[in-house]
Write a protein that binds this ligand. Structure first.
Ligand code: DX5
Ligand code: ZN
Length: 225
């Protein structure tokens, strides 16, 4: 497995070509496929459910990184696990019993992730850092692809990096929203280890392969410093 994970978000893909888009990302060197699930309540948009996850599962063997922007996620976690999700990430803002929900995700055989919105204090996830397999920092307000990166996210990533290291945690520290060749080096330097990228991969003017390669090249350059 690569030390730094690139997870293209199919939200920016051409849905009429979903299987081909996923296979193009995989052959270009993507590590995970990021699936954005939105319910029209927690976020002002509606996207995909277990049915699409099941279709993705048939298109690739790559881990499916499922980001649940939905209220009451615990009611539908099992359906996503059965559909073939590898990682299930829930928003702290939607989970009054966050610790229990993360344990439940693990009991379903999936990696358990927790995500926080740009306006949510980092302290909100601190109590579960020891059991999370992945922490996702939103660097845009969730709901849509193609939004502008929020620069304050960099300090938040650095803060969580410190807390994970202090715990000796090997959880992935993932960032989502506005990840591009312009922003990815700062994010990596702040301590992120996994990068979600929608627009900069699937809407790259030279195609998916060029999008993946451009981001990988920047990561490699920062590592070589
Ligand atoms: C936003 C989603 C993101 C989105 C990122 O709510 O969680 O995963 O697809 O899109 P870009 O990379 O275009 O900002
Ligand atoms: Zn996402």
């Amino acid at each position: 497995m690569n030390k730094y994970i690139l997870a293209p978000s199919i939200l920016a893909s051409d849905m009429t070509q979903l299987g081909n888009e996923i296979r193009a990302a995989e052959s270009a060197g993507a590590d995970w496929i990021h699936v954005d699930v939105m319910d029209g309540h927690f976020v002002p948009n509606i996207t995909m459910g277990p049915f699409i996850v099941e279709a993705c599962r048939r298109a690739t063997k790559l881990p499916l990184d499922v980001h649940l922007m939905i209220e009451k996620p615990e009611q539908i976690l099992e359906a996503f696990a059965k559909a073939g999700a590898s990682r299930l990430t829930v928003h702290v803002e939607t989970c009054p019993h966050l610790h229990r929900t993360l344990q439940y995700i693990k009991s379903l055989g999936c990696s358990a992730g927790v995500v926080l919105n740009p306006g949510t204090p980092v302290g909100a996830i601190e109590p579960v850092l020891g059991i999370a397999d992945l922490v996702l920092v939103m660097s845009v307000n969730p709901g849509f692809g193609g939004q502008e990166f929020i620069p304050e996210s960099i300090g938040r990533i650095a803060d969580i990096r410190k807390k994970l290291d202090a715990l000796g945690s090997s959880a992935w520290l993932e960032v989502d929203g506005g990840v591009s060749v312009e922003t990815i080096s700062q994010l990596k330097e702040a301590g992120a280890t996994a990068f979600v990228a929608g627009t900069s991969v699937f809407k790259h003017p030279q195609g998916v392969e060029a999008g993946v390669k451009a981001l990988r090249d920047v990561i490699a350059r920062v590592e070589a410093r």
